[in-house]
Design a binder for this molecule. Structure first.
Ligand code: PGA
Length: 250
């Protein structure tokens, strides 16, 4: 049985006190959702430790939204995986399309970040997905395959066992436009096939999340698909009620 995961990517939203309130709200309503759902929240770096403190004693995990390519040293403004891990974070989002698009992250950068994450015991949530132009040109399968081959294929089997993948079509992120459940299933099944070509039967255990305007009204239909194991949620993760309602989609 693959893990069911609902992860909230808060992006550059919430001040520390607001983040704490949001985390409290999620914790307060958590018991209304099946314990089979694994919730993860990913606040900005500035309030990771406060949110971790707030969620102590709950089963809600915390992740960071990025980590540095290097272990430590003269890299002004960067945050090392070891620092994130020391706070008690369990996960780290890597390769989000906003990082690829606005901050020039490439497979080369991401290989380094993945290595840092694993070296510090963080489980990566590795994002892949095509742009609108790539989808229109029918290149979405190839784009996802390449993003996986160039990074995920460098992992050991042991590392792969701790990986979560998020398929996030760039055209659906923050646009209100969602992939249909069929589109999601089609590409999730393909991604699993690509993973199986390298990791064999272990690919059947890898959670593949859908992300891109996922909300309470569409989560159940998308999550019902065989190869969709949950969601990476942006906008709708900023309201505890909506975030929890998405968890009820299972
Ligand atoms: P969205 O963002 O839910 O606001 O579309 C998803 C994401 O970028 O992870």
């Amino acid at each position: 049985m693959r893990k069911k995961i609902v992860a909230g990517n808060w992006k550059m939203n919430t001040l520390p006190a607001e983040g704490v309130e949001l985390a409290k709200g999620v914790a307060a309503g958590r018991s209304e959702v099946c314990s089979c759902v694994n919730f993860i929240v990913c606040p900005p770096f500035t309030h990771l430790s406060q949110v971790i403190e707030t969620l102590k004693g709950t089963d809600i995990a915390v992740g960071a939204q990025d980590c540095a390519t290097e272990a430590k040293g003269a890299y002004t403004g960067e945050v090392a995986a070891s620092m994130i891990a020391a706070l008690g974070c369990e996960y780290v989002i890597l390769g989000h399309s906003e990082r690829r698009q606005y901050y020039g992250e490439t497979s080369e950068t991401l290989n380094k970040k993945m290595a840092q994450a694993y070296a510090n015991g963080l489980k990566p949530i590795y994002c892949v997905g095509e742009s609108l132009d790539e989808r229109k040109a029918g290149k979405h399968f190839d784009v996802c395959k390449q993003q996986i081959e160039e990074v995920v294929f460098n992992l050991t089997e042991e590392q792969f066992a701790d990986l979560v993948i998020a398929y996030e079509p760039v055209w659906a992120i923050g646009t209100g436009e969602t992939a249909t459940a069929e589109q999601a299933q089609e590409i999730h099944a393909y991604i699993r096939e690509v993973l199986a070509s390298k990791f064999g039967a272990a690919a059947a255990e890898c959670p593949i999340l859908y992300g891109g305007s996922c909300k309470p009204s569409n989560a159940a239909e998308i999550f019902a698909k065989e190869d969709v194991d949950g969601g990476l949620i942006g906008g709708a993760a900023l309201k505890a009620e909506d975030f929890l309602a998405i968890g009820k989609g299972f």
